[in-house]
Design a protein around this ligand. Structure first.
Ligand code: HEC
Ligand code: HEC
Length: 271
């Protein structure tokens, strides 16, 4: 089942994926119903990718079909813009999709699509692919759907900023995502899902559960307004690096260099 090549047309991706997805979607339910019987249990559908596929190749062959070649996303496919999301966040979310902590609710068809894709991939290249995504320039949030950014500013500063920072860039310490590279339709959809517990409803998803709690008192109007304000922040802060960002990158680089230095030693000398 080696289905997806570098075709440039999104619609093609859709045609390729939809039959595959409906096929895969049926499997977990069947597996649960008849776990022990070898005659009825279906083998898990896997895309047959080469084991040594690189993160770049994986992105080009699989991810870009929905998320776009530049990670810009596609509203028609409900796929968010992921360009510029930090590697730690991408890897965490991939883990959650894999561990059934995200994208399993029947009320979350978009989440299910991503859940099924990640579980159909036979290789784990999340590290390589996450690095590539993190290096892509962000597509700043645009206010397409409307909403009152002035009112949204009050909500953002009062509630959201303490975790997502005043520039909306997120905070690794809290595990909070940057928001200013996401499309407004996606942000609104996630706020709705968090509020209803469709995402983050499971306390085992500790960070997602925080967002579930945070959105309990957020009305749909406030969600629209705060999203409009995120678009204002995006115009100012997307693709600019703060001193903190630079310090963090330096620290990561030093860590990597140190790790490489260690691996260069003969095995017996490594600690
Ligand atoms: C068939 C379409 C499709 C493909 C292929 C696909 N995705 Fe997705 N992805 C989605 C959709 C739809 C969502 C939104 C899920 C939601 O609404 O919760 C998503 C969400 C995500 C998220 C979460 C973003 C966030 O801000 O929390 C990440 C990360 C992601 N995808 C990475 C990838 C990677 C990496 C690949 C390739 C290995 C990939 N996706 C392939 C459709 C796809
Ligand atoms: C207590 C800390 C906290 C507060 C306050 C908070 N968030 Fe979050 N938010 C998080 C964390 C942590 C995540 C990552 C959840 C996960 O791992 O799935 C997140 C995720 C999100 C996402 C999903 C991003 C994506 O890429 O899918 C959106 C949208 C969001 N928050 C918006 C908001 C808004 C708007 C507010 C204010 C009304 C807010 N958050 C307040 C911690 C917080």
């Amino acid at each position: 089942m080696y289905l997806i090549y570098n075709n440039s047309k999104m619609k093609f991706a859709c045609l390729f994926f939809l039959p595959l997805l409906s096929f895969i979607q049926l499997l977990p339910a069947e597996d649960k119903k008849a776990p022990a019987s070898p005659t009825t249990a279906s083998p898990k559908a896997k895309m047959d990718l080469p084991a040594d596929i690189s993160g770049d190749e994986l992105f080009a062959k699989i991810c870009s079909n929905c998320h776009g070649k530049k990670g810009e996303g596609s509203e028609a496919l409900k796929a968010p813009s992921i360009a510029g999301l930090p590697a730690w966040y991408v890897q965490t979310q991939i883990k959650k999709f894999r561990a059934d902590l995200r994208g399993i609710s029947p009320e979350d068809p978009a989440g299910q699509i991503m859940h099924n894709i990640i579980n159909a991939i036979n290789v784990d290249q999340s590290e390589g692919v996450a690095k590539l995504i993190a290096a892509m320039p962000m597509h700043p949030t645009q206010n397409v759907l409307g909403g009152d950014s002035q009112k949204g500013k009050e909500v953002f500063m009062g509630v959201c900023a303490k975790c997502h920072r005043f520039n909306g860039k997120g905070e690794i310490v809290f595990g909070s995502a940057p928001l200013i590279g996401l499309q407004d339709w996606y942000i609104r959809a996630q706020l709705h899902k968090f509020r209803k517990g469709i995402r983050g409803g499971n306390p085992a998803d500790e960070k997602g559960h925080k967002m579930h709690e945070m959105t309990q008192y957020l009305s749909p109007e406030e969600a629209a307004d705060v999203t409009a304000y995120i678009a204002v922040l995006a115009q100012k802060h997307a693709n600019t690096k703060s001193r903190r960002d630079r310090e963090f990158e330096e620290m990561q680089k030093r860590k990597e260099q140190k790790a490489q230095g260690k691996n260069a030693l003969p095995k017996e000398l490594r600690q």
